[in-house]
Each structure stands twice: as C-alpha cells, then as structure tokens.
Write a protein that binds this ligand. Structure first.
Ligand code: ZN
Length: 239
C-alpha cells in the first residue's frame, strides 16, 4: 500500500522544497506543474541538434532492447533514429528558442478597435508526465492597442509552445504571456480545449472527457468582454 504523505516527508534544501519519490509520482499522475516557464537545464543548447539526435537514438534503442524487441528486424531497425529525429526536429522543436516564430507588428490602420478572435487553432502537444499526445484546439483573442499581427502568427505561436513536453495550464499561460508582450497589450484571452491521451489510453482510460483551461487578461477580465469572447466560441458561459 502506498504510504501517505505527511509534511514530515517533505525536505527543505535551502529554499527549495524536495519532494519524496512517491509524491513526485503522485504529482505527475495528477498533472501538476511547478513553474510557468518550461524547466530547462543551463546546458540545454550546448549540443547541436545532430548530437542530440545521435544520443537519443542510442538511448531509445536501449529502451526497445530492454523491452525485449529485436532490433535486427527490418521493421524495427530504423525506429530509434526515427524517434530521435522526430523529438528534436518535430514534436519537441519548440524547446529551442531559435525556433520561435518572428512576430512582426503592424499599425492598426483600419482603426479596428473591437476584439479579434482566432478560433479552432488545432494543435498537437505531448504531456510532460507521460510523453503521450495532447490533442486540442486553442481559441485566442485580443483587442488591439494600436498594433496588429498577421493572423497566421497566432497559429504559429500556439504551435511553438505546443511543441514541448507540456501541461495544459502552462501551455495556456505561455501563449497568453507571449501574446501580451508581442501585442503590447494586457487585453488577451485564450481558451484551450484538449484531450489528453494519458487520460484516455491509460490511467483512468476515459475516452470522452476533455480539459478546458482559460486565461483572461486586461479588458477580458470584465464580464461583458469575457462573455462576448465566449459567445463567439459558442460556449455556454454558465458552466
Ligand atoms: Zn500525462
């Protein structure tokens, strides 16, 4: 039986809290994040992408062999390299700030002062606790402070932050903070509705639930503005 956690199990190391192994297991299964910034090592970008791919390839090969798979089989032979390339070049390439999309600001020449909503931005991410997919839609809105950005940049920013090991709350906050700084306004709202395969395909194996997270900044904290945004998304505001 799992031992119950008590405060005495938690150790303080300087001002850093150290959790016991069983508590860390519990946090991961409950999908609790520790910081808004993705926790990165100081040496995160000292190696080239090619060096990282070579290292991950060896480690993934060891995982497959440990599970008993025969890597001399033609179908399995190429998998370690394929997975390593996919991690670095595709599904986790948003870890590298060099891949962050350039966001050019334009003057709001039309003097359009209402909210702009870009809805149903589909994205694929991966849960940082289980490394299985999170599949979702992001709905993003802002009210121009006098500057606008190209619409496709909203999709690109969602995609950039999605392509990291993630938790949905952090993804929501990271996109919101980025848009606030890029658009030079607090008036930004985000709603994300996503399905987590770690909930659907394992654990409680619930295939029908989805998770909603939201961020409302500046004018979107006002009830009328928030409701206008939610109305555009056809969300019932009483939930
Ligand atoms: Zn998970």
């Amino acid at each position: 039986m799992k031992q119950k956690e008590t405060l005495s199990n938690i150790r303080l190391n300087g001002d850093k809290i150290e959790f016991s192994d069983s508590m860390i297991d519990e946090m991961g299964d409950s999908h609790i994040m520790t910081t808004v910034e993705t926790p990165m090592r100081a040496d995160a970008f000292l190696k080239s992408d090619e060096e990282k791919i070579a290292i991950i390839q060896e480690h993934f090969k060891a995982i497959m062999e440990t599970m008993g798979l025969d890597l001399t089989d033609d179908s399995l032979k190429g998998t370690p390299k394929r997975v390593a390339k996919m991690y670095i070049q595709e599904i986790f390439n948003g870890l590298n700030p060099a891949n962050k999309p350039m966001v050019a600001l334009f003057d709001n020449k039309y003097q359009y002062n209402e909210m702009l909503v870009e809805k149903n931005i589909s994205f694929y991410s991966n849960c940082e606790h289980h490394f299985v997919p999170i599949i979702g839609k992001a709905h993003v809105a802002y009210i121009s402070s006098g500057k606008v950005i190209g619409l496709s940049k909203l999709n690109r920013l969602v995609e950039y932050y999605a392509k990291r090991p993630q938790v949905q709350e952090r993804l929501t906050m990271q996109i919101a903070k980025e848009l606030q700084s890029a658009l030079e306004t607090e008036d930004v709202a985000i709603l994300i509705d996503a399905k987590h395969l770690c909930v659907a395909s394992r654990g409680v194996e619930d295939d029908t639930s989805s998770t909603i997270t939201a961020f409302y900044g500046g004018k979107f904290k006002q009830e009328a503005t928030k409701n206008e945004f939610l109305k555009y998304l056809d969300f019932n505001t009483t939930f």
